[in-house]
Design a binder for this molecule. Structure first.
Ligand code: PHE
Length: 346
């Protein structure tokens, strides 16, 4: 009996200094496991008197239960402690944003080209246009051939192309590639716009960049005419600039339209007086456009006898420059936060 009574005291003492779940499990095994003192006592009972069997047996069971209860309580305690320790070490510091801002880093915002692109997409969506995407890496067919620019055509030189080493693939020089893909996937009537980056191997200056942005537009149906084209272009410009802008239409040559036009706007940087952006002429080429050439309609699987269409290729960067009075296109790609942070943030 003495052994039994001191057992609980011994257990309690060791329990006090147990702080890890693994140690607690060992302690439990040590006292009430198969090799432990209680198991020994039970084994020896077979030689005891019936009276001893009863008292010792009952007491041994009581002790076993008491130890199990104590282990259970301690286990709960340790589990909570370990969970709290794990939480503390992996905790997310939600005050980080503030402290980052205090150190002078700025929250992100939209690039002005993105802002204007989204604005124009919304204007066209409200006029029933879809918004399409197309790949930056194109083949000769989509960038030239299907657009009525055969290999021998001098117009290929109009666009200085970044070719891949295989001489078959290129970085698209205009978003007109989206016309071909868009037509093939639809039946007239349809109307869509296709914004995106375009690439030209050009010397850069205040109004030229190697990477810039266009927004292609196309509408095909029965009797689509120059009248429709002018209506949509005028609506677009008055929505964007929220004021009257002076425009002029000149004949323009693009192999994929006939007739083709250049829609210019009076330079908003210098009010037509002449500056580096308008190359001193007072007008800025903004919107080349025209009626889709029959060959292009055919390449898109459309019968030019039944349907006609217009297309335009809006220069997004120029538009951004006009809208925000930015006098050098190179600001748009410089990644200078002093420049970028002047526009709307999220
Ligand atoms: N793709 C032509 C360019 O980048 C622009 C354009 C588009 C002209 C659609 C007419 C019609 O130069």
């Amino acid at each position: 009996m003495l052994v039994l009574e001191s057992l609980l005291a011994d257990f309690n003492q060791e329990l006090q200094s147990t702080h890890r779940i693994a140690d607690l499990l060992n302690l439990k095994a040590k006292f009430i496991g198969k090799q432990g003192p209680l198991a020994d006592v039970m084994k020896n009972l077979k030689d005891a008197t019936p009276e001893e069997k009863r008292t010792i047996g009952v007491r041994a069971n009581e002790l076993k239960q008491a130890i199990e209860t104590l282990v259970g309580q301690k286990m709960q305690e340790l589990e909570i402690q370990e969970m709290n320790a794990a939480l503390a070490s992996t905790k997310i510091d939600i005050s980080l944003t503030d402290s980052v801002l205090e150190k002078g880093l700025q929250a992100a915002g939209y690039h002005p080209v993105t802002i204007v692109q989204q604005e124009i997409e919304d204007i066209f969506i409200s006029m029933g246009f879809e918004v399409l995407d197309g790949p930056h890496i194109e083949d000769e067919y989509h960038n030239f051939e299907a657009l009525n620019i055969p290999a021998t055509h001098p117009a290929r030189d109009m666009q200085d192309t970044f070719w891949f080493a295989d001489k078959k693939h290129l970085l698209r020089t205009h978003t007109s590639t989206i016309q071909i893909r868009g037509m093939k996937e639809r039946k007239p009537p349809f109307r869509f716009v296709g914004p995106g980056k375009v690439f030209r191997c050009e010397r850069t200056d205040a109004s030229h960049e190697m990477v810039f942005h266009q927004l292609e537009g196309m509408m095909v149906g029965e009797n689509v005419s120059v009248g429709n084209l002018i209506y949509f272009m005028k609506t677009l410009l008055s929505e964007i600039f929220k004021r009257d802008v002076e425009v002029r239409l000149r004949p323009g040559f693009f192999p994929f339209v006939e007739p083709g036009f250049e829609l210019d706007i009076k330079c908003l940087i210098c009010a037509g007086k002449g500056c580096s952006v308008c190359k001193q002429v007072g007008w800025v080429e903004l919107l080349p456009c025209g009626l889709v050439h029959p060959n292009v309609l055919r390449a898109g699987g459309i019968d030019p006898e039944k349907h006609s269409g217009f297309a335009f290729g809006l220069g997004l960067d120029r538009l951004v420059m006009m809208k925000y009075a930015i006098d050098d296109i190179r600001f748009l790609h410089a990644g200078d936060l002093r420049f970028n942070s002047q526009f709307k943030s999220f």
